[in-house]
Design a binder for this molecule. Sequence first.
Ligand SMILES: Nc1ncnc2c1ncn2[C@@H]1O[C@H](COP(=O)(O)OP(=O)(O)OP(=O)(O)O)[C@@H](O)[C@H]1O
Length: 245
Amino acid sequence: MSSIEIKDIWQIYDSRVVLEKISLNIEQGSFVSIVGPSGCGKTTLLRMLMSEEFCTRGSILLDGIPLPAEPTLERGVVFQRYSVFPHLTVLGNVLLPMELKASRWLGKLLGPKRYNAKEEARAMLEHVGLRHAADFYPAQLSGGMQQRLALAQALMAKPRVLLLDEPFSALDPGTRADIHVLTKRLWEETKMTIVMVTHDISEAFRLGTRVIVLERPTPDDPTKGARITHDIPVRPRAKDKKGAA
Ligand SMILES: Nc1ncnc2c1ncn2[C@@H]1O[C@H](COP(=O)(O)OP(=O)(O)OP(=O)(O)O)[C@@H](O)[C@H]1O
């Protein structure tokens, strides 16, 4: 079964068609990159997958069931910036999804459960190379460290689907290359489904198992929305198969 089924969705804002007839089956465990010109509706599509936006027509199913009306922890998200909470330490940020899972309203774990959750959070920080920064606040981290923290935070909820909205675009090339390796490793280890919006074509092909291109056929015509113009399977390169990124 497809993990995500997008069925003939349209998005129309004030009689301007933004997305038109978008249908896409995304298999569980795939890494789908979405590219396209600015303003073609990439983020709108991602926001729909998060339940932060609702399509005018059509439907989206997750494992055969319509998406919940609200964002849920099974769908993690990392934005270009500001995905983490500035008033919480690095450890506090990574702990938060587990606290929310345990008690949505109180947002706190107590006693041995808190101790165990902290151990798990520290292990995740180790995994993304941030254990030494557990007591720092996000403002004290570099951009690359903040995005590693955002990934760690999203992964703590063990999401089935991870949605990435230009997550690496603010990073310098060296940091970006490092975080590509980390993202690919985390994706391979967790076997989750990832949908990533990016402007960077090489990043789309480097990370994705499939690249979707969205484009408006006639950019100035408000009655015609963006459609999927290309759906490109990406064959893993030989060295990727051996585990390198
Ligand atoms: N809530 C909204 N109300 C009205 N128009 C909206 C709304 N959300 C998005 N739009 C419009 O929909 C279009 C697509 O926006 P979206 O942010 O999805 O594009 P994008 O492809 O992600 O762009 P970029 O690559 O520049 O980030 C834009 O014209 C935007 O102004």
